[in-house]
Structure formats: structure tokens, C-alpha cells
Write a protein that binds this ligand. Structure first.
Ligand code: GTP
Ligand code: MG
Length: 562
């Protein structure tokens, strides 16, 4: 013990890996106790920590990725069984951003053998190249030959230069996407969808990967080895965010964050973020904030200081980093005690809005104009179709349609016309997505329930993007949950202009859909004719029902002799 603590008094020449004396000292101690010994040395040549452990087990400062500097320490340790730097040594070098890692082999007689040294390579080195540079072994008497200080400052300069360059040209965050494939048939589609979500949320996708795992690791889902790989990717591709395609529980998110030093976001957060970006109007803002608070509440437990980071983005919904945006004026800087109050307040507000909307709905009912609700997966082209149907090409009647997920959050109604039927109301709604986060479904429930007021549903399917079937089925499932699936439904296979003809033909058969292109305005007449038929059927049914009711009433009256 005494000898170990004496190590703290050792000083070496600044900028060197070690001294021959220190190498000998470590080697002999290590030989005596038959264990590895690690010392951490700072740039002034002082020993700042001593551990009886290998590189992985040594006491090391914690780091955050994305910093432009290295740790400011290098690790010198012994290999009592001899041998060069191990994979574990090199991983520690990389993960802890050490200035360098060095190992002194211990010979049978306790004297020091060869010394092995490695340091990091600059970020951006691509391809097969490793994250580190390993020097040829040197004798312990030459351990102070290498000018480590010069190497490290050159490396740091390069890291800093690369990062200024990056900062100058990047206004979007760069993300690494991970979708876990546990054997789902639509895993590829989910990954592609995750990329679309990330893009819509304002991130650039630096890299994306489908990770096959039949069994998930409880803490990190994918395991420590995979996380190391991803950290390395992030280092070279200059990414700062890791996005997971499934919901992470609070403990998992924290563990992955700690292991990688990256900001970690899950799919739900991404979707909430997009909703926050796109929310316009009082109701959607309230709904989004409510969903965000409900999602965050359990995640604030024991987070203390990190809380400020969540709302720490630049005020407006448009600014700030992904996964951190708040809707409208209210930033999510509330502490937990106030969250419950805020949730109760939002719920009350939303109830009020819903009541007012209910009254508006009743007024419209009296008009007895048939209502057609346009539903479908997000980005299917619902808004574009509404515009095409209602000839609202010119502002300001035009509804926002763009290549972003969840562009529409607020239901919009427009009057249109169907041949043989006359005026009808088309309602554009918020798009659906598979595994819609439950907090969002709950928050948007009143908006979604309005779909049930329709006489007919127009289900728009994007036939040009792979996976039309699964998206169609996901929408049908949500319609079932909303208990509106039994409304008469017409399926439009949109983006026919860009669809593969064979696939389109198959979908026409499977879904009994009509091919259209909302953007090119083709196939719209046939679609209108089909809608007119169905609306007429509904009307006839209604008239029929009324007749039956009348007839029943008359029969009743007669029975009672009235
Ligand atoms: N090629 C092609 N693209 C289309 C067509 N219709 C719509 N789009 C494009 O698809 C994207 C999404 O269109 P939107 O109308 O915003 O889709 P949406 O269903 O309202 O989407 P959300 O409101 O986000 O759920 C836009 O980039 C449109 O230009 C079409 O017929 N053909
Ligand atoms: Mg839309």
C-alpha cells in the first residue's frame, strides 16, 4: 500500500509517456502483487490517480463527446502477463478520450519489458482506418523518447480545426439512427421512417443502422460493444445525437447516454418534437404540450441538473436542438412539482376547446351537408388532395402540403362539390403513424374523434413508397381504436405518378383502391364519382332509415289509435 501511494509522489518530464524509473517501479510492484497497476498522468507530468486494475477498470474522469479537447491525461499501466495493448486498452483510450494509453510488459523477473503506446487518430479518418495509432514497441529505457506532448497538441489542433469548420457549415444537428430488428417484417421500413422523422425534426442523418437483436439487453438494449461502435461512428461522422427507433425507458436513456457521451433521443421524443414544431393554433399547442409533459414527467425523476437542458433551447419552437423543443411560448422548464398543475390546467383548457368545437359541430350538422373526412398515414398526400379537390390552388385558401411528416395537425374543412350530390365538406386531419405514442393519441383524442362525424372516410394511401400495405393496415387499426372503422370508406392510391405499375395494380386489387395523383390532378374525376356513389348510398340509407322511423312511428300511432 505504502509503495502504491508513493507513486503519487512520482513526477515525470511533462509531455512524456513516462520515465525509465517509473516503468521499473510499476513493473516491480505489479510483479509483487501479480496484478495490473494503472496510473493516470496529467500534462504537467504529475500522477493524478493510481489503481490496481487494468485500463478498463482504472479510475478515469468522465467525458462528453463533442468536446474539442482530449482528456488531458494519459494512462500508463502494466501487463503482468506481457503482450501488446489489448482491445480493451484501446477502447478505453477511445471512449475516455485519453491523451494516450501505454502498457509496460512485466518480465518474469519483475523487470520492465517492452512498452507499447497508442493515441487517437483525428476524427473523420474514414474507412478501415482505426480510431487509434499504435506505435512500434520500445524498450523501457527509451520510454521518454517519444514526444507525446507534441503529438497530442497536433491532434488537438486538428480536432479543434475540424470542429470550427463543422460549426461554421452546420446549422442542423447530425444524427446516428438505430433501429432494433427483433424479427419484425417491417424493420427496414421502420428504419426508413425513422430517417424521415429525423429529417422532419431538422436533423441530418449521418448514419443509420438496423441492429438485429433477438434478445435485448436490459440496460443498453444493444449491448456495450455496439454502443462503442456507434460512439466511434459518431466521432468520425461528427454526429452528436443518437436516435433510437423504439421507446426507451428513462433508465435506458440515461445508461446509453452515459456509455456513449452522446445525446440520446427515442422515436417518441422525435415525434413529439415534430408536433411541437408544427403546432399552430391554440388547440394543437395545448395538445402537444400536454403530450410532452406526460411523456417527460416520469423521466424527470432523479434527473436534477439535467432538467435545465431539456428546456434549454432557444425559446421559439423553431429554434433549438432536436428533442428539446417546447410548443409555443411555454418552455419546458417546469420543475416536477409544477408539472402536475400545468397538466391539470392544460386538460381543463382542452376540455373547454372541445366543448366549443362540439357546438360548432352541431351547427354544421343542421346544415346536413355530407362530410368526407380525409384520413391516412402521415405524408400520404391528404392535404394535397384536399387542395386539388377544392380548387384551392391560390393562397390563402390553400392548405399547407409539404414533404414533412405531420405537416397538418389541425383539422381543416373546405367546401367542395361532388357531381350528382352537390356541395360537400372535406375535412383534412392529422396523419397517422404506426405505434403512435400513447401520450399523443390521448392528447389528440378529441381531434381524432371528430373523424367520427364524417359520413364517409376517404383513406389516402401513398402507393409510391414501399410498405403501402403496412401503412394502410396501421391506419385501419387506429381507425378501429377510434371506433370509426365501420364508416363507409373509399381508398385512394395516391402518388400513382411515381408508383411502380405492378405494385399499384396489386394494391388496386388488394385494397380496392382508385389510383390518383393529387399533385398532378389525375384520376380525380373517377375518385369523385366513387365518392359521390358512396355518399348517395349513405344518403339513401339515411332517407331509408327516416322512412322506417316514420313508418314505425305511424304504425305506433295507429296501434295507439292516435
Ligand atoms: N409524386 C407525388 N407526390 C405527391 C402527390 N401528392 C402529394 N405528394 C407529395 O407528398 C408530400 C406530402 O403531401 P401532403 O399533402 O403534405 O401529405 P399529408 O398526408 O397531408 O401529410 P401530413 O399532413 O404530414 O400527415 C408532399 O411533398 C407532396 O408534394 C402525388 O400525387 N404524387
Ligand atoms: Mg397534411
Amino acid at each position: 500500500m505504502k509503495q502504491l501511494s508513493n507513486l503519487y509522489r512520482r513526477r515525470i518530464e511533462p509531455g512524456r509517456v513516462g520515465s525509465p524509473e517509473l516503468a521499473r517501479n510499476l513493473s516491480e510492484l505489479s510483479h509483487d502483487i501479480r496484478r495490473e497497476i494503472s496510473v493516470l498522468i496529467d500534462r504537467r507530468g504529475r500522477v493524478v490517480s493510481v489503481s490496481v486494475a487494468d485500463a478498463k477498470g482504472a479510475e478515469l474522469p468522465s467525458v462528453r463527446m463533442g468536446e474539442t479537447r482530449l482528456a488531458g491525461f494519459h494512462l500508463l499501466h502494466t501487463h503482468p502477463k506481457g503482450g501488446p495493448l489489448s482491445k480493451g486498452d484501446l477502447t478505453t483510450l477511445f471512449m475516455k478520450r485519453l491523451d494516450a494509453v501505454a502498457a509496460v510488459e512485466v518480465k518474469g523477473d519483475g523487470l520492465p519489458g517492452n512498452v507499447h503506446v497508442a493515441h487517437l487518430t483525428p476524427p473523420g479518418s474514414t474507412g478501415e482506418e482505426e480510431d487509434w495509432r499504435v506505435y512500434p514497441p520500445v524498450s523501457p529505457y527509451d520510454i521518454d523518447e517519444l514526444d507525446l506532448g507534441a503529438q497530442v497538441s497536433a491532434l488537438e489542433e486538428e480536432i479543434a480545426r475540424a470542429s470550427t469548420l463543422r460549426e461554421a457549415k452546420k446549422d442542423r444537428e447530425r444524427a446516428i439512427l438505430v433501429q432494433i430488428d427483433s424479427g419484425q417484417f417491417d424493420a427496414e421500413e421502420r428504419l426508413a421512417e425513422l430517417a424521415e422523422l429525423a429529417r422532419t425534426a431538422g436533423a441530418d442523418v449521418a448514419y443509420k443502422e438496423l441492429v438485429y437483436r433477438r434478445h435485448l439487453k436490459p440496460g443498453t438494449l444493444v449491448g456495450a460493444g455496439k454502443l462503442e461502435e456507434l460512439t466511434s461512428k459518431a466521432y468520425h461522422l461528427d454526429a452528436d445525437v443518437l436516435v433510437f427507433g423504439q421507446e426507451l425507458n428513462p433508465a435506458q436513456a440515461r445508461e446509453i447516454e452515459a456509455a456513449t457521451g452522446l445525446k440520446v433521443i427515442d422515436r417518441t421524443q422525435l415525434i413529439l418534437d415534430i408536433f411541437a414544431l408544427h403546432a399552430q393554433g391554440v388547440e394543437s399547442r395545448l395538445q402537444v404540450e400536454l403530450a410532452q409533459l406526460r411523456y417527460m414527467k416520469p423521466r424527470l425523476l432523479g434527473q436534477g441538473t439535467q432538467l435545465s437542458r431539456i428546456g434549454g433551447s432557444a425559446g421559439s419552437a423553431a429554434g433549438g436542438a432536436i428533442g428539446t423543443r417546447g410548443p409555443g411560448e411555454t418552455k419546458l422548464e417546469l420543475d416536477r412539482r409544477r408539472i402536475n398543475d400545468r397538466i391539470a390546467f392544460l386538460e381543463a383548457q382542452l376540455r373547454e376547446v372541445a366543448t366549443r368545437r362540439g357546438e360548432r359541430r352541431k351547427r354544421r350538422e343542421r346544415n346536413a351537408i355530407p362530410v368526407i373526412s380525409i384520413v391516412g398515414y402521415t405524408n400520404a398526400g391528404k392535404s394535397t388532395l384536399l387542395n386539388a379537390f377544392t380548387h384551392a390552388a391560390e393562397e390563402p385558401r390553400r392548405v399547407l402540403a409539404e414533404n414533412k411528416l405531420f405537416a397538418t395537425l389541425r383539422p381543416t374543412s373546405r367546401q367542395g362539390f361532388l357531381p350528382g350530390v352537390g356541395p360537400v365538406v372535406f375535412t383534412d386531419t392529422v396523419g397517422f403513424i404506426r405505434d403512435l405514442p400513447t401520450d399523443l393519441t390521448r392528447a389528440f383524442r378529441s381531434t381524432l374523434e371528430e373523424i367520427g362525424d364524417a359520413d364517409v372516410l376517404l383513406h389516402v394511401v401513398d402507393a409510391a413508397t414501399p410498405g403501402a400495405d403496412t401503412r394502410h393496415d396501421a391506419v385501419t387499426r387506429i381507425l378501429q381504436e377510434l371506433e370509426v372503422a365501420d364508416l363507409p370508406t373509399v381508398v385512394a392510391l395516391n402518388k400513382a405518378d411515381a408508383a411502380d405499375p405492378d405494385l399499384l395494380a396489386r394494391e388496386m386489387e388488394r385494397l380496392h383502391g382508385l389510383p390518383v395523383s393529387a399533385a398532378r390532378e389525375t384520376g380525380l374525376d373517377a375518385l369523385k364519382a366513387r365518392l359521390a356513389e358512396v355518399v348517395a348510398d349513405v344518403d339513401a340509407q339515411r332517407v331509408n332509415d327516416e322512412h322506417t322511423r316514420e313508418a314505425n312511428l305511424t304504425a305506433e300511432r295507429q296501434a295507439y289509435g292516435l
